[in-house]
Design a protein around this ligand. Sequence first.
Ligand code: ZN
Ligand code: ZN
Ligand code: ZN
Length: 121
Amino acid sequence: MSGVRAGQWWCNTHGAVTPHRGGVVPACPACGIAVLQAVNDGAKLVYREPAPERCAGIEKHPLRPGRVLLGWTACLCNPNGGHRSWQCAECDDVQIWPPHSIVDDKPYFGPGHNDAWRSTG
Ligand SMILES: [Zn+2]
Ligand SMILES: [Zn+2]
Ligand SMILES: [Zn+2]
């Protein structure tokens, strides 16, 4: 993981990427799994897992630390081997990423999908 700067997004399979932002959390445009963001923690660089800012319930509660229940469901439909889930402590709304799909259904994010996602930095 050398050469990664703070603020860059990282896929464990594809390296530094420009994330696709149409989903619950920023995702790798190539494989669709949630990407990690490199952030400065004092002097060292750490990788932080993104989380949705708000629940998807009617009231859109902010998912602040302590107000969201983090979960994991094992599943073979994606390269991560499961789904991260965020449950709102106010209304019990649950969001998951990546979306559940039938096996062999590869992620596709629209026309012109190509290698342009590769970060040039
Ligand atoms: Zn990837
Ligand atoms: Zn809520
Ligand atoms: Zn699944």
